[in-house]
Design a protein around this ligand. Structure first.
Ligand code: UD1
Ligand code: CA
Length: 451
């Protein structure tokens, strides 16, 4: 049977108090809707439809190119109304899985169980693992059969004592779901078409109702406010921290690490407090990361040490390097083995060969640095002439004196020495000392001016 997934994502998210549509708010650096869609992909559905409305153009733009069908719900009249906009586009014989776009951490295996349980009728995902405040309660009869789901705002004092609640995912055959949905009326506290009214209608229709319990409280936690989002972020991050610790990573503090992407670590990696890992980060064996570092799309080879307050974006770093404190790498940096990059050194689109050092206060951009080069303090590559960027080449075994200015395009040939304070705008010959600065003069008859 073919599976069609419908994600409801048209709500404004009033309680977020934000101009950004709720499903674009980020959890672990990724929009809520992206979490849902990534999980949905693991089910390999025949069709994925996303109902958008509030801020729809922004939502579509954020997911441009995603293999989904967009369905507009011009007015947000409730979750049932949202589903009704999408359902006509689904093949009648399909099995339909409906998800809330604001429940980001649902697991693929829970959804698979839900779809499997819906073969004969309606299957709903429920939870009783966490506080049900705000959620729709699952009302059962004396024989424990599901009768209906009642929304928190419509619930009686007795209903509110029920701990089991609807987690925001259901599955059913398309044709039957459409028939139930057609009967939903907005006769409730919020005057909305509730998707959850489908449950009582399915009961009336004598359909089999299956409940699939969620595996843990966080996978069913909805994001309705920034506070809920913040709690979910911490829950997600503590899960990441546990995964790292269980794999042998030494985290200085499990509460102070943020993984916003994929972090893969070798053996005996140590990570100090307040580090942020974004995109895809790979740390080789015995890599140490000091406190307050940010690493985005970085691969670091074994035994390299990154000291405090370093910010590294899109780089490949060799073995036994020493980076920081306070180093900054902008995208496109490759470091060979045993490279030292020190404090207040900024690198961009540059390759630095094995054993080279730039230890203090430099800007090295669009540059190829060979091996065993020493770049003195304050050295600057002038890569930009106001119109175009140019490359600097510093060949093997060069020594660049402090405060040198290298005006690109320029090549410093193998084994060159550059005198401190030089402004180099012409290629230098190999193995020679080049000095390009005004000669020092002293004035013997000079007297300080009287005050
Ligand atoms: C909903 C359920 C509630 C359940 C909870 C689980 C209903 C009526 N209630 O409540 O039983 O416990 O989810 O998290 O379904 N949306 C639209 N169009 C609309 C309204 C909402 O697309 O007109 C989307 C929202 O963007 C959101 C999802 O549907 O992604 C759920 O809507 P929301 O208003 O957050 O419902 P809850 O009050 O959380
Ligand atoms: Ca919600």
């Amino acid at each position: 049977m073919s599976l069609a997934v419908i994600v409801l994502a048209a709500g404004q998210g009033k309680r977020m108090h934000s101009a950004l549509p709720k499903v674009l708010h980020a959890l672990a650096g990724k929009p809520l809707l992206a979490h849902v869609l990534d999980t949905v992909r693991t089910l390999a559905p025949a069709q994925v439809l996303v109902v958008h409305g509030h801020g729809g153009a922004d939502v579509r733009a954020a997911f441009a190119g995603a293999p989904v069908t967009w369905v507009e719900q011009a007015q947000q009249l409730g979750t049932g109304h949202a589903l009704a906009q999408a359902l006509p586009q689904v093949a009648r014989g399909a099995q339909v899985l409906v998800l809330n776009g604001d429940v980001p951490l649902v697991r693929g295996d829970t959804l698979k169980r839900l779809v499997a349980a819906s073969a004969k009728g309606l299957a709903i995902c429920t939870s009783d693992l966490s506080d049900p405040a705000g959620y729709g309660r699952v009302v059962r009869d004396a024989r424990k059969r599901v009768r209906r789901v009642v929304e928190h705002k419509d619930a009686s004092a007795r209903d509110l004592r029920i701990r089991e609640w609807y987690a925001g995912f259901l599955a059913a055959p398309a044709a039957r779901l459409a028939a139930w949905l057609a009967k939903v009326r907005p006769a409730n506290a919020q005057e909305e078409y509730y998707l959850t009214d489908v449950i009582a209608l399915a009961v009336k229709d004598r359909a089999a109702i299956a409940t699939v319990p969620a595996a843990d409280p966080w996978e069913v936690a909805g994001v309705n406010s920034r506070h809920e989002l913040a709690l979910l972020e911490r829950a997600y991050q503590s899960g990441q921290a546990k995964r790292l610790l269980d794999a042998g990573v030494a985290l200085a503090d499990l509460w102070r690490v943020d993984v916003r992407g994929e972090l893969a670590c070798g053996r005996d990696v140590a990570i100090d407090v307040n580090c942020v890992f974004e995109g895809s980060v790979k740390l080789g064996d015995r890599v140490r990361v000091g406190p307050n570092c940010v690493l985005r799309n970085v691969s670091v080879d074994a035994d390299t040490e990154i000291l405090a307050y370093s910010l590294i974006d899109t780089a490949t770093i060799g073995k036994r390097c020493r980076i920081g404190p306070f180093s900054r790498m902008r995208p496109g940096v490759t470091l060979g083995d045993e490279v030292h990059v020190g404090n207040f050194v900024e690198l961009k689109a540059s390759r630095i060969g094995a054993g080279s050092k730039a230890n203090h206060l430099s800007y090295i951009g669009d540059t190829d640095v060979g091996s065993r080069v020493n770049v003195g303090a304050g050295t600057i590559t002038c890569n930009y002439d106001g119109t175009a960027k140019h490359r600097t080449v510093i060949e093997d075994d060069c020594f660049i004196g402090s405060d040198a200015t290298l005006v690109a395009p320029v090549t410093i040939a193998k084994g060159s020495y550059i005198g401190a304070g030089s402004t180099i705008s012409k290629d230098t010959p190999a193995g020679q000392l080049t000095v390009a600065r005004a000669k020092q003069v002293s004035l013997p008859n000079w007297k300080p001016r009287k005050k």
